[in-house]
Design a protein. Sequence first.
Length: 322
Amino acid sequence: MIFIDEVTVQVRAGSGGKGCESYFRRTDRKMVPNGGDGGKGGDVIVRADRNVTSLYPFILNKHYQAESGHQGSSNQKKGRDGKNLILRVPCGTTVFNKPENLLIRDLVSDEEEVVVLKGGRGGTGNAHYGREATEGERGGNLDITLSVRLSADIVFVGAPNSGKSSLLRYLTHSKVKAESYPFSTQAPHLGIYETTDFKTMTLCELPALIPGSSKGKGLGNHFLKHLERARLVFLMLEPLKDGFDPEMDYNNLREEIAAFNTEYANIPHVVVIAKEDDPMVEEFFRNHKAEFPVPCFFISTQSGKGVDALMREALRRLNRDA
């Protein structure tokens, strides 16, 4: 399924059912009103669901309507209420009122929900003190924007071919493909990492960043919005590219992140250099002492070398900030 992280849809609440105009004749021939009320229209509810991973279904259909209430009937029988319309979205979805650009709710946890439109009230039947029956209240409509910020403990951000997909696959046994060509990752990928004491954490790989991503180069930096909920970032460098300069490449990644949102520069991070067992990488770092303001980990997803030390540090940081 194509990963879609933002979409605008139109929703309409159900209208209230019409009240009933009805009478029955008593034994004394007097006519007595006995029409029942109409049912209430269905609400429009947006609900977070951990089993939903993308907003892609909303691309296929952008108009949604809750069921209207049913008409009342004689003998003071109330009409059936309309069914609520429930839109299921990924955890981490923010719901906006588009016309007014107002935040409605940030749905972070599974089963968290918000009513974005209330259904119309049902009309009254004429059984109410002999009043005339009334029409039900019409349901309102609204354009809402759904925007996903993935919720992940650790997010992988890095240059093309820096080994993000390979590391995600190694840690989570996910089926994400690790290709050798640039920008093979076209959208964020999630995976679950299980520790030796059976605790879990969510990992997320973002598409590659290059100098100028904030100006639209490559895939741009649109997906950096998913750093909003990150607790730790793995900044991954590509040591086999031409003209590799560890410090400069590190600073370039930091600049691209800050260009998107200056607050993201404050997210804790470590440097990760994969392909540690490649002879060219070994030779480069024998002759070049890289200096970073944060810990740097040399790893290999082929042999597993260095990965345990990296994850121990990650767990230490996450537990410290919990």
